[in-house]
Design a protein around this ligand. Sequence first.
Ligand code: NIG
Ligand code: FE
Length: 394
Amino acid sequence: MFDLVIDNARIYPLERDLSIRSDRSMAVTGGRIRAFGIPQSAPSRLRLDAHDAVILPGFVDCHTHAVFAGDRLDEYLARLEGADYAGQNRAGFGILSTVSATRRASFSELLDCSLKHVAPLVAEGVTTLEIKSGYGLDRESEIKILTVAAAMEPILKTRIVPTFMGAHTVPTGFTRASYLAWVQDEMLPLVVASGLARSVDIFVDPLAFTPEDLDSLFERAAAHSCRLHAHTDQLGHTGATRRAAHWRACSCDHLEYADQEDVTALAHSGTVAVLLPLAQAFLGTAQKPPVEALRQAGVPIAIASDLNPGTAPVASLLWAAATSIRLFGLTPTEALLGLTHHAARALDPDAGFGTLALGQSADFAIWDIPRPEFLLYAPAGQRPVMSFFQGERR
Ligand code: NIG
Ligand code: FE
């Protein structure tokens, strides 16, 4: 007896490419995909007719900073008048303005506004959402952010993957070295022991941390069996991408200034390249990530929203994917794999979600569209007819 069978569907597993399955039905039991091509006689608790709609895996937004308070509208407007992002951060605004607002917010205020930030993502079929800390930068506030992130999972019926990003920037009152020591010696063990996160991220940039800091943090994080992620080569080339690859990071994110040597290192380590086209579009910078080199080297590419108040205030993974095609030259197949299979791999090589394959988590959405590429052609306001997380309708 199956829990659920969906009939008359056009099923796109997104395991390798955009090919469609020949079977037109899919069965779910215990939250997992159990069978395809189900005979009408097979017993099931619930049977749904998809009326020839498209079924895609639930989307995976593998890079967000969605738990924050306040906004950065004034800084955005100032940039339109010629101010620059790095200068704003050096002057104590930028990331640190959001840190002040997030520290001031109570747990319930932060939960409320964070739920609002991500509601459009969930509505467009995101069933897995990575959320980084990093707007707290003190013990109480980093824990508050990670606890808010965990509290969102049952409310949204969406898998939340929390990432500890204490190494986002250096807060006022610390040297870089003293702050990094606190992050890796005090906070990291605490976060891991309390089960608040099993993934770690660091912003390597002249505004934040160095490649040597990445080595130091990743050595500790690897000893705690954490999954490793890094913001690398976003605003200039630092060499951090190849360092992160050396540590077999799950993902390197941004990569605008990564060079051929970095790409080769990513290919050897199996690290996923996470591209964040909305951040580039909203910063208005010209440098583009080395997409052709990544493609030639066979590096898996994921696309994420980077949802944050400073550089990417746009809660739409479909806009991110559509933009990746026009701005970075991705193909529709690369963009759709980048929202699903490869985004799941960026979070965890053994994710168990992100494709429609036997044994995978039954996270999927039903779309009334002519074919999957339609979502990239007309991304605005697209909503699935239904979406399912672990086999349950949301
Ligand atoms: O991914 N690059 C660093 N972190 C964020 C931006 C954070 C902010 O400006 O608040 C990013 O773009
Ligand atoms: Fe980011």
